[in-house]
Design a protein around this ligand. Structure first.
Ligand code: HEC
Length: 162
């Protein structure tokens, strides 16, 4: 019994330790990113200010599959958005380059971690858009959440527009 309790406590503790930066990342994302990367205006790019967060995640995950390298790439982008680093050239063409967002390095890491792991909303029509671009087997099933969508995307999708 005691052992079970110890294990249970350990699991609870480790979850809290992991959950907290993610919650902070979510707050930062909602404060500093959703104004442009949110789900408003769906996939109508003429009404959007930037590609939706799930699209950014998808492009970054096709190139940076593991969390550490994903977070590093996004953090470097946030530190100084620069065309030489882009994985979304088409988006720069369409929207112009993203302005620099004043975030500390620590906060940039938190928000990048949220972008990798958090429950991002998909804008209306995102799934259909992906199906259209990448075929039926494209990005997995289910609507609404952006999680683990990228697994089946081909490597070269990062070069495409959105
Ligand atoms: C004022 C609008 C705006 C805000 C706010 C904004 N972005 Fe962006 N972001 C853009 C635009 C436009 C693009 C597409 C053009 C580009 O890639 O520079 C973009 C692209 C990106 C990319 C892909 C960069 C590339 O080209 O490879 C990442 C990563 C990103 N944003 C992360 C974030 C994060 C994280 C936040 C919040 C801390 C954020 N953005 C806030 C407008 C914004």
């Amino acid at each position: 019994m005691r052992i079970i309790l110890v294990i249970f406590t350990a699991i609870v503790l480790s979850n809290t330790v992991q959950a907290e930066p993610l919650a902070e990342g979510e707050k930062l994302y909602k404060t500093f990113c959703v104004a442009c990367h949110g789900v408003q205006n769906g996939m109508d790019m003429s009404k959007r200010l930037a590609p939706p967060g799930v699209a950014v995640r998808m492009h970054y995950k096709t190139v940076h599959k593991d969390e550490a390298s994903f977070v590093k790439a996004v953090t470097e982008w946030l530190d100084a958005p620069d065309e030489s680093k882009t994985l979304m050239r088409g988006a720069i063409r369409r929207f112009n380059i993203m302005p620099k967002i004043p975030l500390s390095k620590e906060d940039a890491i938190k928000v990048a971690t949220y972008l990798y792991r958090g429950e991002l909303e998909s804008p209306e029509g995102f799934d259909d858009h992906i199906k259209e671009m990448y075929g039926k087997q494209g990005m997995g099933k289910g609507r609404g959440k952006g999680r683990n969508r990228t697994k089946m995307v081909k490597e070269d999708s990062a070069k495409k527009d959105i």
